[in-house]
Design a binder for this molecule. Structure first.
Ligand SMILES: *[C@@H]1O[C@H](CO)[C@@H](O)[C@H](O)[C@H]1NC(C)=O
Length: 260
């Protein structure tokens, strides 16, 4: 009788365990464009945005590993997830909101560049989420969590002097009610550590709403609360022209001199 129950349980749960282990949380990743755009790896056009934008919302295991992407043979986490060629049509009703809050940093003014980034996120993180056939709700869940936990309202404002990592963690905790993950990169040649992303974690639910502590507190080039982290301001749009201003004035004066 006992063995029989075990067998029954195995048969019931087997279908859920063959594909992949169930994941535990969603990680909402918010990026600070000035830090992504000033290290020379990414040419950001047409301007460097100066507000927090979404990178993605990632199904994640308790051990901090992201759920691997859908693969029909190697990772069949679901049956028939929405295919990438349907993404544009499925997201058309929220395209403008996504363009504003989930833009491609490579060129947010170009619809196709944005779409490529959304398709990438769908393929790598959406198809094995709890919304394999509902990309609209998947993308909306991230928009909604970003809106509810708006980092623009914290005291972490861009400035020249660095913050202590603990100040950043505490500021996010104040609005989120849980410990975030702080990700940094390093600016060259200054060697300054900069805030690259703030990641917020939520208990697995459909939709995810309840914050929880992230599995790790630091990643990238910062790793402790005493680190000094800069939150760089966006360059002003006319930035690259500023050094030429004196020459322009000189030329103008020169030409005027000739005319007069
Ligand atoms: C993390 O946990 C998942 C699910 O249990 C497992 O598949 C994966 O191999 C683990 N990764 C690491 C690096 O331990």
């Amino acid at each position: 009788m006992h063995n029989c129950l075990l067998l029954l349980a195995a048969l019931v749960f087997l279908p859920f365990t063959v594909g992949q282990a169930p994941f535990d949380l969603y990680k909402l990743s918010l990026r600070w464009p000035p830090s992504e755009c000033n290290i020379g790896q990414l040419k950001c056009t047409p301007t460097v945005l100066n507000y927090w934008v979404i990178h993605g919302i990632w199904p994640t295991y308790e051990n901090n590993t992201a759920v691997p992407k859908y693969d029909k043979t190697n990772n069949p986490c679901t049956h028939n997830p929405t295919k990438e060629n349907q993404i544009q049509a499925k997201l058309s009703s929220i395209k403008n909101t996504l363009t504003q809050f989930w833009p491609s940093l490579r060129n947010y003014a170009d619809d196709n560049t944005n779409l490529k980034d959304w398709i990438h996120e769908w393929k790598f993180h959406g198809q094995c989420s709890d919304y394999p056939t509902d990309p609209l709700s998947y993308f909306n869940s991230a928009l909604s969590l970003r809106r509810k936990n708006d980092l623009a309202g914290t005291r972490i404002q861009p400035r020249e002097e660095p913050y202590q990592a603990k100040e950043i963690v505490d500021a996010v905790k104040q609005i989120l009610g849980a410990t975030p993950e702080i990700t940094c990169n390093t600016h060259r040649p200054s060697g300054m550590i900069q805030l690259r992303e703030v990641r917020m974690c939520f208990k697995r639910a459909k939709p995810p709403t309840e914050p929880r502590d992230c599995p790790i507190q630091f990643s990238g080039t910062c790793n402790k609360e005493s680190d000094h982290i800069r939150v760089p301001p966006a360059p002003s749009p006319g930035h690259s022209q500023v050094p030429w201003l004196p020459i322009n004035i000189f030329l103008l004066a020169f030409c005027l001199g000739i005319v007069i």
